[in-house]
Design a protein. Structure first.
Length: 271
């Protein structure tokens, strides 16, 4: 059984078939999904929790967990109201993580200092609520600028919390992967690992320790190679797991076991 550690199940792209989509995930061997609670902005931060309440306990569906957070581009809306809503959501038992939060210098939907400020305030809330964080980090034009800033912030405002987190949809180099592990983070690989031009990323993945990895879809985006261009969904996480198993020279059963164990360990959950 696999865990999809990052999917936007509340996306409107599942409006017509969310139940069938989740049933397909279960049939494909996905035992749990971490449903990301960022919506299209803070006003929709609660939607992922709503899905947990709708589906959990029903046979034939994966177990759902959720997160809540304010995406880097939405930090212009990270006012006291939004942060109070985040704090209240993180108090709910199903909301096991704060995210996805971080820095995005590629699109820069918010000024860098606004992103940084919103990121730090959310780290403080997550630390107080004892929730690991889900990090989104993307540099401008193939540089590591956002990663350099990210590590400065994490060293100063997060390491001492001792909670770690997940580097979601990892796309940086070996140095960033190692620093992430050193900060107690798991490195999560998404469907882009399967893309033809992702050879540098596959080289990083091939060097990863088994106790430091996760797999995810980032659905509805980033469908793996065979389904590329289509809407992604948690059932397709098996493709990324298969690619990762090949790179690490282990079986698909071993990759499933390792990533599932890592997920439950990080969040202190019992399957
Ligand atoms: Zn995402």
């Amino acid at each position: 059984m696999l865990i999809d550690s990052h999917a936007h199940l509340d996306s409107e792209r599942y409006f017509g078939d969310r139940e069938a989509m989740l049933a397909r995930a279960w049939a494909a061997g996905v035992e749990a999904v971490l449903s990301i609670g960022i919506g299209e902005g803070p006003a929709e931060m609660h939607q992922a929790l709503g899905l947990c309440r709708q589906f959990n306990g029903r046979p034939g569906f994966p177990r759902l967990y959720s997160s809540a957070g304010i995406y880097p581009h939405s930090t212009t809306q990270a006012d006291d109201n939004a942060l109070a809503k985040l704090d209240a959501l993180l108090a709910e038992p199903e909301v096991i993580a704060c995210g996805e939060i971080g820095l995005d210098y590629y699109h820069e939907g918010a000024a860098r200092n606004v992103q940084r400020e919103g990121f730090i305030r959310q780290l403080e809330i997550a630390a107080a609520r004892k929730r690991p964080v889900l990090i989104h980090c993307r540099g401008s034009n193939e540089t590591t600028d956002a990663w350099d800033d990210l590590f400065l912030v994490l060293e100063e405002h997060w390491r001492s919390a001792g909670l770690g987190g997940i580097m979601h949809c990892f796309g940086a180099g070996w140095e960033q992967a190692q620093r992430s592990l050193g900060l107690g983070f798991l490195v999560s690989f998404a469907g882009n690992l399967t893309y033809p031009k992702a050879e540098p990323l596959r080289e990083v993945a091939a060097r990863m320790p088994l106790d430091g990895i996760l797999v995810e879809t980032d659905a509805p985006w980033l469908a793996p190679a065979p389904q590329r261009g289509q809407r992604n969904e948690p059932a397709f996480v098996a493709q990324t797991a298969q690619t990762l198993a090949g790179l690490l020279n282990i079986s698909e059963a071993e990759i499933a076991l390792a990533t599932t164990k890592n997920f439950y360990r990080l969040f202190n959950l019992r399957p």
